[in-house]
Structures are given as structure tokens and as C-alpha cells.
Design a protein around this ligand. Structure first.
Ligand code: PBG
Length: 326
């Protein structure tokens, strides 16, 4: 008989042979930044997640610093929206102001976590699509310079890295070119390489007020029936110069994550998205699952499947629960 239970007999054996661990430095917390002052607004569909006005960011920055996670990824919730999402590339936009505030915070405190800017237009366009519309369709090539300008503006404001999430073809190359032309050749790009058109983004669209006013995102985000195509997306982003590739969402796409991790010669990130978070929260609030155990199991699964980086709304909770760090 093969006695596989021998090495499971006690904690010391299990720890000795454990293949995977969750590293706090590999966790990134998404943060929503809104206009206004003194605001910390709860997101109803995401218990424990808030929208912060720039002047209230210190609180979350302190929590990120104390926890020792890798950094935060910023999403803007602007008041003003228009057809072309011009707010995304305004040097005075909400994310740009947040970045300047946080850059100063890092300098003042000596903290070393990363500031990552999500680059997309959907929070800034009146129609809620991720690019500019032409005859009701998102015009890929006309959208590229807008994404590039948004990325440049975020980097100038203090972003350590930009993460284009629009799934426009060529967006990584367009951003790389503009950053290089402006002397930011050392700023990395994390591509949302295999981002699927997914119902798991529902709560995020509440939080960021970014739901499309008409239609859906199936004309640019990936079809969830396709795995092989995700490899092509990752390859294309790498050819265009992505330093990190991402798979999104996470839990229903562990097969895709694993395949991308096998072919990628760069670090691989996974985005544990809003719907995944909200399902855990709802079931935990109902008393149906053990939240801490579920979160540990999920985050471990991402690393086991091949992720180097996990973007998750659970980041601070996870570290608090496992290491007693606030
Ligand atoms: C913007 C963007 C979305 C998410 C991250 N960036 C929403 C979307 O594509 O509709 C989703 C994140 C989440 O659900 O947590 N393009």
C-alpha cells in the first residue's frame, strides 16, 4: 500500500512538505478613490470595501504599510464623465491627485509599498465603455492614444507601475512607446492580458460606477469559453513589452492561470475580482462558511496554480488573520 498519510500525520510534517505559501509581499489591494472631502463611503455590495476621498487615503495607506503587502492598485471614481473619458488623462484627475498624495506619504514615512494605477476609460466615459465609441462600437485605434495619455499622466503623478485593463489590442505597445518617449523607460507595465467578459465584475461596477450604459464588453474582453486564446493574449502582451501578465477573474479561471504560468517567461498576476470577494462575504455573513479558512484556501490556490502576484480585496484581512498584523 502507498501510505500517503505518513507525511500528513502532524503539523510539523505538514509544514515540512508544504509546497505553496502565500507571500504578503505578493498581495496587492485594489483601492477606490472618489472626489470630495472627508469621505469614506462603504460600497454596499462589497462589505469591508470603501471609496476614499484623497484626503482620507492616509488611513488605508497606514494599513497597507503596517500589513507589509506589496502595494495598492488605484481606481478612480470621478464626478465628471464625458464621451471620450477625458478625465482619465487629466493631471488634476482624482487618481492623479491620489498618486501625488500617496507619493508624498511614502516619502514622509519611508514606507516602500508600490503604487499601481489601473488604466482604463470606463470610469470616465459617460457611456461606461472602456474606449471611445464610433457607431456604437468601441473604436480600438482611436482609443489607444487616450489610454497612453492616461498612463503617462499617472506615471508623472507618481505611479510605480501602470496596468491597462481595457483589452484594446495594442494598448501595451502604445503605452510603452509613450512612456519611453517621455523618459519613463524604467516604469513597468502589468497587462491585464487575459481578461474575460465576466459577470464576476458586477460589484466593482457598483463601486466604480462603471457599468456600460448599453451593451456589454464582449466585443473586447475575452469569451470565457476560450483557454487557448488566453495564451495568445499573454504572448501578444509580452511581445508588446508587458513586464507582468495577468489573468482575470481568478477562481473560475485557475486552468487559464496555470496554462499562462507555464508559457510565461515573466511574472504572472491574477485578479481575485469583486464578485468573488462579495460571494465570500455574503456567505460568511450568513454564517454558511468560515471566511478566514475560505480566504486562505483561495489565496493559496492562486499561488499553487502559478501566480506570483494576487490582486485581492482580502489582502489586509488575510495578513491580519494569519500574522496578527493590522
Ligand atoms: C475596468 C476594470 C474592471 C475591473 C477592473 N478594471 C471592470 C470591468 O472590466 O468591467 C473589475 C475588477 C473587479 O471586479 O474587482 N476596465
Amino acid at each position: 500500500m502507498q501510505r500517503l498519510r505518513r507525511l500528513r500525520r502532524n503539523m510539523a510534517f505538514r509544514e515540512l512538505v508544504a509546497e505553496t505559501s502565500v507571500k504578503p509581499r505578493g498581495l496587492i489591494l485594489p483601492v477606490f478613490v472618489c472626489e470630495g472631502q472627508g469621505l469614506k463611503q462603504p460600497v454596499p455590495s462589497m462589505p469591508g470595501v470603501f471609496r476614499y476621498s484623497v484626503d482620507r487615503l492616509e488611513e488605508i495607506a497606514d494599513a497597507v504599510r503596517r500589513s507589509g503587502i506589496g502595494g495598492m492598485m488605484l481606481f478612480g471614481v470621478p464626478d465628471h464623465k464625458d464621451e471620450t473619458g477625458s478625465g482619465a488623462c487629466s493631471d488634476d484627475g482624482v487618481v492623479q491627485r491620489a498618486l501625488r498624495f500617496l507619493r508624498a506619504y511614502l516619502k514622509r514615512t519611508g514606507a516602500e509599498f508600490l503604487l499601481i494605477a489601473d488604466v482604463c476609460l470606463c470610469e470616465y466615459t459617460s457611456h461606461g465603455h472602456c474606449g471611445v465609441l464610433c457607431d456604437g462600437d468601441v473604436d480600438n485605434d482611436r482609443s489607444l492614444p487616450l489610454h497612453a495619455a492616461a498612463a503617462l499622466s499617472c506615471v508623472k503623478a507618481g505611479a510605480d507601475m501602470v496596468a491597462p485593463s481595457s483589452m484594446m489590442d495594442g494598448v501595451v505597445a502604445a503605452i510603452r512607446a509613450v512612456l519611453d518617449e517621455n523618459g519613463f523607460e524604467n516604469t513597468p507595465i502589468m497587462g491585464y492580458s487575459a481578461k474575460f467578459a465576466s459577470a464576476f465584475y458586477g460589484p466593482f461596477r457598483d463601486a466604480a460606477d462603471s457599468a456600460p450604459q448599453s451593451g456589454d464588453r464582449k466585443g473586447y474582453q475575452m469569451d470565457y469559453r476560450n483557454g487557448r486564446e488566453a495564451l495568445r493574449e499573454a504572448d501578444t502582451d509580452m511581445e508588446e513589452g508587458a513586464d507582468i501578465v495577468m489573468v482575470k477573474p481568478g477562481l473560475a479561471y485557475l486552468d487559464v492561470l496555470s496554462r499562462v504560468a507555464q508559457i510565461s517567461d515573466r511574472p504572472v498576476a491574477v485578479y481575485n475580482v469583486s464578485g468573488e470577494y462579495s460571494m465570500v462575504k455574503a456567505a460568511a455573513q450568513a454564517g454558511w462558511i468560515d471566511e478566514k479558512a475560505i480566504v486562505a484556501e483561495e489565496l493559496t490556490a492562486f499561488f499553487r496554480a502559478g501566480a506570483d502576484i494576487v490582486i485581492t480585496y482580502h489582502a489586509l484581512d488575510y495578513v491580519k488573520w494569519t500574522e496578527g498584523k493590522e
